[in-house]
Write a protein of this length. Structure first.
Length: 370
């Protein structure tokens, strides 16, 4: 008689398909998260180099349309890039000097108004506001300690200024090379990678670059319009430091939601200290009206060609960027997120074409492509 199979020789029961699918997806998600975390850690650790590269890409995306216009008029790409960078330096220096000058001249008025607004709010709070008033009085009488702190931080301030100057020079040099030699990038990618992979990489790069360009151009124009309208409204209402508040609005527009909220809050507090609750409500109405026009008219019209981001995605990106790299991370989070979503859209379209779901077949996945 044949021997009965032993219990150890029996095959193990197969896992249900749902469990195997969940395990495969879990492993893929963990791998993607680990790679993303490693890339973020490397970018933060090398921020002295990565931030100038990203800022240079944003500046190049803003200035790139000027290059064909100059080349068509007989200039070489090197001369056109040099002229564009020179104009960029002059424009940035002019804007920074205007902003710094307006902020410096308006800072005493804004600071005094904010202090007065703090006292008024503390008075409205009743007994709870006594601690706030005491803190304000202590801060106003701490001038000598502030001077000592500033004196002790001179060396660190010089080191920071040196880093900023080095980063600015590196960014300007990268902008020049990106403008001059950027048209050679597709050829270089085709020489390094297989044909199909190279075309996918080139499409991803173009989509990411287009998303960053749309963000930079649209945000700059929207920031300028917001600053002009809010400044005009503050001047009409007679708010002190209107120019400085307008400069804050312009700079805050590059940080979606958070920048507008902070600059609008400062304007309302200054109006509260200057003219009481009624003037503060008028300023609040001006800020809300400009923000409503921006959200319902300007952004859909100006940024219609960019990668559209849901407001929740923008807020999460800003908070995450601020947590990773501070103010610079908050500034760069949205354009990088837009570029990343543009790359994802290209990869989805490429994957759909590889499965035979191209436009000629009219598959539902292709119809859902952004």
């Amino acid at each position: 008689m044949p021997a009965e199979p032993q219990e150890d020789d029996r095959p193990a029961p197969a896992l249900p398909p749902v469990v195997r699918l969940a395990a495969a997806w879990s492993a893929a998600v963990l791998l993607v998260v680990a790679v993303a975390a490693l890339l973020v850690w490397a970018a933060v650790a090398l921020k002295t180099a990565t931030i100038p590269v990203v800022v240079a890409l944003l500046g190049t995306s803003l200035l790139e349309p000027v290059m064909p216009w100059l080349v068509r008029r007989g200039m070489g790409r090197g001369a056109a890039a040099g002229l564009t960078c020179t104009v960029l330096v002059l424009a940035v220096c002019g804007v920074l000097s205007l902003l710094v000058n307006s902020l410096v001249h308006s800072a005493p008025d804004i600071a005094a108004a904010l202090t007065e607004a703090g006292h008024r709010i503390a008075d409205w709070l009743g007994p709870i506001g006594t601690k706030i008033q005491y803190a304000l009085e202590q801060s106003s009488g701490s001038g000598s300690s502030l001077v000592n702190s500033l004196a002790n931080g001179v060396l660190s301030g010089l080191g920071l200024a040196t880093q900023l100057l080095t980063g600015a020079v590196l960014t300007l040099a990268l902008v020049f090379f990106f403008l001059r030699d950027g048209h050679r990038t597709p050829g270089a990618v085709r020489s390094w990678l297989p044909p199909r992979t190279a075309e996918t990489v080139i499409a991803c790069g173009r989509q990411a670059f287009a998303a960053m360009a749309g963000f930079m151009r649209g945000t700059t124009l929207i920031a300028l319009i917001d600053a002009v309208f809010i400044t005009v409204g503050l001047v009409i209402l007679g708010i002190p430091g209107a120019a400085g508040l307008g400069a804050l609005v312009f700079m805050g527009a590059y940080i979606p939601f958070i920048g507008a909220f902070l600059s609008g809050t400062v304007a309302v507090l200054v109006a509260l200290a200057d003219g009481g609750l009624s003037k503060a409500l008028w300023v609040l109405g001006v800020v809300l009206a400009v923000q409503a026009i921006e959200g319902n008219v300007l952004q859909p019209f100006i940024q219609s060609r960019t990668v559209e981001l849901h407001p929740a995605t923008i807020m999460i990106a800003v908070v995450a960027g601020a947590g990773v790299a501070g103010i610079m991370g908050a500034l760069l989070a949205v354009p990088l997120c837009a570029a990343g979503l543009g790359v994802v859209s290209v990869l989805r379209a490429s994957a759909g074409a590889a499965r035979g779901e191209g436009p000629e077949q009219g598959g539902p996945e292709q119809d859902a492509q952004p």
